[in-house]
Write a protein that binds this ligand. Structure first.
Ligand code: UD1
Ligand code: MG
Length: 541
């Protein structure tokens, strides 16, 4: 990074660095997140669009919390309630404390107007007014903490009033351009928005990233002086640079080494670009932390996911939301986990879909298992092919290996769930519970009409429909008794052969019906009733 002198998300834990270190005294952060984001062409506020599964605004909020502790304000406006909720969910601690202050900008009159709305929050209280402010756009998810710390360091070192972050781009269109003085020092004199720029300014490739450090004493007095006579009729925050420079106050600038970090997401294309970069950063982080990915490019890991060492991810694995994976797990291809916790040494074979479920150590799932919310698979339990589960607790060492639906069910330890077992948990109106005790053996094709309890150690014979509670250690059989008719099948076959011979000798007299001769004959012989109807119709006609 270069600098030049001028007069130049899930939880708090997820968004704040684990050590809670490095909070800068006297610093407050303002995140601007009130805009609609017209260029996204979306019904949803731009800052709520997710990047790697995390709403964009949470990247700036998380960064703010890491550098300034609880002195973070977010300016909301468009879809204010939704933005507030998203921030609340991601940042409020167990005790319900809410380290982020929300302030509303009722009309979106520009970035300068947005920051001005936060003034009452920082009015002198017992903590005193902040000595400086870090101001962040809510649409720069690639910005790194170390860059912001460097910006703050330069601000101090240069004793600047305003310090801005800039980047030099191949294509600077759309961004505010950084206009520097013609003097040898080339200090920043002002920022000119793309829509206000003449051809000469448009040719400038150094852009304003939208990250500012501003002295506490200067900020709000400068914001009061903003003038909206520009192409967009807005109060531009960027104008404070010119106001500082014009009044002889020092303005400093830090130029990004990696200009990608300064990407501002205004369009869907930029959103896709940000997604690619963040995905790669996340993969690199987990590869460095000891996770194996057979094909990193096809492995999708959301920002808040955590993965233990020596876990192996096969191609096309997707880990979403707040999923936590333990150590020594194997996740085979095309498996997707959303908001799940997985213990150590778990194997999940191909094509499984799991949501909001908890898998304990040594369990084995798939292929083709579907776990809907509220499932617990206990230690060393097995869930096999084409098994769907919902709100079900499968006990330690129990197995549901084939073709089953288990919903609203509590299953004990060492239970065998036979192939094709179905819990009939829904009567069309309400859902009911099934309880299966330890050591129960359910034969194949068992149906359990809930509410029902099968006592520990009971055996349910294959094909049984269990309608009443089964006592412990009992055998239950509920199926139609078998009837054997000796020789019946052979006689039927013989009869069939006779019919076929007879029909083969019959030549069709009329045009072919397209049916084989004997079938066509059988059809002709058929329903007298409809023939009668036809006759009746003819008679009537
Ligand atoms: C802004 C900068 C531009 C810079 C670019 C970097 C201004 C005037 N321009 O332009 O110099 O190059 O970011 O990405 O600041 N917002 C509000 N209230 C408003 C308007 C916007 O809270 O009234 C919020 C938005 O939600 C967004 C942020 O401010 O998070 C930036 O707004 P945006 O419209 O994206 O500004 P840009 O045109 O990108
Ligand atoms: Mg923007």
């Amino acid at each position: 990074m270069r600098h030049s002198r001028a007069t130049e998300v899930s939880t708090v834990k997820k968004l704040v660095s684990p050590d809670q270190q490095g909070k800068i005294a006297g610093l407050a952060v303002v995140v601007m997140a009130a805009g609609l984001g017209k260029r996204m062409r979306s019904k949803q506020a731009k800052v709520l669009h997710p990047v790697s599964g995390q709403p964009m605004v949470l990247y700036s909020v998380g960064l703010g919390l890491r550098v300034a502790g609880d002195r973070v304000a977010v300016v909301v406006g468009y879809q204010a309630d939704l933005v507030r909720q998203v921030i609340g969910r991601a940042t409020s601690g167990k005790s319900g404390d809410f380290p982020v202050a929300i302030v509303e900008q009722r009309e979106q009159l520009g970035t300068g107007h947005a920051v001005l709305q936060s003034r009452p929050l920082f009015a002198v209280g017992k903590r005193g007014a902040p000595s400086r402010y870090l101001i962040l756009n809510g649409d720069t998810p690639l910005l790194q903490e170390k860059t912001v710390r460097e910006l703050l360091r330069v601000h101090e070192a240069e004793r600047a009033t305003v310090t801005i972050l800039t980047a030099v781009l191949e294509d600077a269109s759309g961004y505010g351009r950084v206009v520097r003085a013609n003097s040898a020092e080339r200090g920043v004199s002002r920022i000119v928005e793309d829509r206000d720029a003449n051809a000469e300014v448009q040719a400038i490739r150094e852009i304003n990233v939208g990250t500012y450090v501003v002295d506490g004493e200067f900020l709000f007095s400068a914001l009061e002086k903003l003038d909206p006579s520009n192409a967009q009729g807005e109060y531009y925050l960027t104008e404070i640079v010119h106001l500082a420079e014009h009044s002889g106050r020092p303005v400093a600038a830090v130029v990004l080494d990696n200009p990608d970090e300064g990407l501002g997401v205004n369009t869907r294309r930029q959103l896709a670009e940000a997604e690619q970069v963040v995905r790669q950063q996340i993969r690199d982080r987990w590869l460095d932390a000891g996770v194996t990915m057979i094909d990193p490019a096809s492995t999708w890991i959301d920002a808040a996911v955590t993965i233990g060492r020596d876990t192996v991810l096969y191609p096309n694995v997707t880990l979403e939301g707040t999923t936590v994976i333990g150590e020594d797990c194997v996740l085979r291809s095309s498996t997707r986990l959303t908001d799940c916790t997985v213990g150590n040494g778990v194997e999940i074979l191909d094509h499984c879909v799991l949501a909001d479920s908890h898998i304990e150590d040594g369990a084995h799932l798939g292929p083709f298992a579907h776990l809907r919310p509220g499932v617990v698979v206990r230690k060393k339990a097995k869930v096999g092919n084409f098994v769907e589960m919902k709100k079900t607790d499968l006990g330690e060492g129990s197995k549901a290996n084939h073709l089953s639906y288990l919903g609203d069910t509590k299953i004990g330890k060492g239970v065998n769930i036979g192939a094709g077992t179905i819990t009939c948990n829904y009567d069309g109106v309400r859902k009911f519970q099934t309880v299966i005790g330890d050591g129960v053996f359910l034969g194949s094709d068992t149906q359990l009409i809930a509410p029902v309890t099968v006592g520990a150690g009971a055996i349910v014979a294959a094909g049984t429909t269990v309608t009443e509670d089964v006592p412990a250690d009992a055998l239950v059989i509920g199926r139609v008794p078998q009837v054997n008719r000796p020789g019946w099948a052979a006689r039927r076959r013989a009869l069939q052969v006779g019919v076929n011979r007879e029909t083969l000798n019959v030549k069709p007299k009329t045009k072919s019906t397209g049916l084989t001769p004997h079938v066509s004959r059988l059809t002709k012989k058929r329903p007298l009733v409809s023939k009668g109807r036809q006759v009746e119709k003819r008679t009537r006609g």
